[in-house]
Write a protein that binds this ligand. Sequence first.
Ligand code: ADP
Length: 765
Amino acid sequence: MPNVSEQFLIIHAAIREMMGQSTLEERLRSVVRALHDLGWGQVQLTLYDEHLTLTVPETAGSVAQPFVQEHSALELIWRRGDGIEKFEPYRMGAGYFFPRGNPVMAGHGAAPAVAAEATWLPGDHLLFPLRLSDGQLAGLVSLDDPADRQRPTDEQVRPLDILITHVCSVIENQRLQQALADTTARSQSQIDELMMVQRVDQELSATLNFENVMMLTMDWAMRRTGATSGMLNMVTPDGKGLLPVAALGYPLEVLAYQTNNPLSFEQGIVGRAARTREIQIVRSVQDDPDYWPLLSSVRASIAVPMEMRGRLLGVLSLESDDAETFDNLDIAFIKRLASRAAVALDNARLYREAEERADEMGALYAASRAISSSLERNEVLINSAQALAAVLSVSGILLAEYQTNPKRLIIVAAYRLGTARNAPDILPEVGEVFQIDTLAEIEDAVQNQRAVAVQASDITVSRGVQALLAYRNFKSLLVVPLVVQNQVLGAAMLVEGRQERQFAPDEILLAEALASQSASALRQAKLYEDVRELEKLKSEMIRMASHDLRNPLGNAMGYLELLIMAIGKSLTPEQWEYVANVRRSTNAMKALIEDLLTLERLESERQTSWTPLNLSQLTHDVVEAQQDTAALKHQQLAVKIEDMNQWVRGNTTQLRQAITNLVGNAIKYTPDNGRIEVRLARQGQRLNFEVEDNGYGISQEKQSHLFQRFYRAHEPGTDHIPGTGLGLSLVKTVVERHGGEVWVKSELGKGSTFGFWLPATEMDS
Ligand code: ADP
């Protein structure tokens, strides 16, 4: 199935295409194709009166056709409207999803019932009645065979709604046009109306510009009726009030006031139209007890409810200074206009919602990436606060750590939204403490692990929280616990100081989702801190132990040699064997301590001592220094350096040590008479170093451990070879610190190649 933005493109393209076509059938064909592109394998669109059925795939017409006939009873209910409440549970947006075997479809040839599940089953039906604005059923769209083989979700149905709504208006226009063509006496005004309706449609399709469409509608309504002012009010999201979305002929102050103070359904003639869902025509506003004056000169007023699928979307109101303006009002016209406006309004809303959702997804994605982008606690705190403030656009965010005994929240971050700098709320400082046993709602949120919202004006809020809100000038507060694996780490407090805010359920969900991400990022930061602490402790211990061991060991080795000088001559061959043993053991201990100290020094060394260095020269020198050791084992040690002028930035001592370890290992782990080759070559921006030997080799399963500290492979034939298991780990540390990578290729019994690459640097001269 295409993603959200692809869906928009498909819908947009289809609507564009439709506008360019002249016949209804062509236009509907575009829609059917678009539905198919949206991921529906079988699409069928039927118009009853036109006797038109369009299907995709086209050949499937005969397969899809019987469906509508078979379910003519279903269609009858739809047409007549009685018994329609049985359909309600299956409603999805403008459509209905009937899972296979549902009771409504049963008796109409449905297959046996299947328990709720996500997979699309044969016998599932997704249907969209094509209902015109007067409620008449014009036809039916049936979708089957989804590409993702899943039952539809609300999310998927939303874009379909947009298309279906559009189809309805296309059909309606067509019928209007048809009716117009049929009447011989075409009045100019009807033609005008048609043109206006078409312009609205075009505007809507070309830009989906909500404000333009509304203005166009208003302008037209005023011209046709002779009104001096007009306002289009939309029902607020909570369904309780009306807000102006377009107005002409009113001073700006009136609009600004209205925008901040939704009109209730109890107020004004507009409210009455919303309440009664009846058109209100008032010839003398002074005599109407409900009249709510916005302009002193107004004499007459009309208010028309705008409905869509039985739902009130808004009210269109027109006013005039002349008491007689609306005397000869064309009621049918004004109703048609209102229903057109409703379609436009709904369409724009659907589109806007879908777009917002896409924006929201984008913002959420960015926010959650920001939250988990760091392992440093302070950064996690700031990123989380920022993300919460930005995504939910609240004036401030507080993050607090939860402590028990006594139960309290300690503020660990306070963040103010950039665009809310002038908000009157007073955010507490980091370090301030909230004693939560006196703050009932906050305690509830933390204790019961759930989000709790409070408003300053709500008198049922506990005294403690009321006092807090008043003292800090918070108008609304949403407390979301920070929970990881059932353990409360703290709380995020979303503060709104500009005006009271009712957090919608999906906003709360969003806040909870971000809070839970923050909580796990904080937990991770804590673990990281612990690990770092342990690492430090371990390094410290190694350093101390090595130092404390090195001196006594040095002593012991020195006295051993003195002792041998003194009594060596009198030792028996067997006693010499003991001496050799002691020497081997003390040497091994010495090597181990040296390696540990080297590693330890490396890890604490800073990069400031880095200089450009000639890696070709260094490689050459190291190989030269090892020639004697190789010669002792009658090995050939060859070196191939492609260019003696290859440079890297780094620390010479460290890199010499790394190369020495690799060449030394090749000599050590290759039997007498073996062959070793060292190579250095440039490839793009990298210098590649490698040492190949034909020695003992390492079996596959052991290779991944080679670079770990203290790991020794113990392959056959290598048991007599002394070592600490620290050499390769040192190589890896050095190479990675220099921005490169190590690697190994080996086959047991055949030989090994160890190598690394480093970023090359240019060096003039
Ligand atoms: P060690 O001090 O044991 O040599 P290293 O860290 O240098 O420690 O190497 C780890 C292990 O890797 C060695 O014990 C050996 O088993 C294996 N190894 C390293 N280099 C080679 C090589 N060139 N050929 C075969 N095995 C090797």
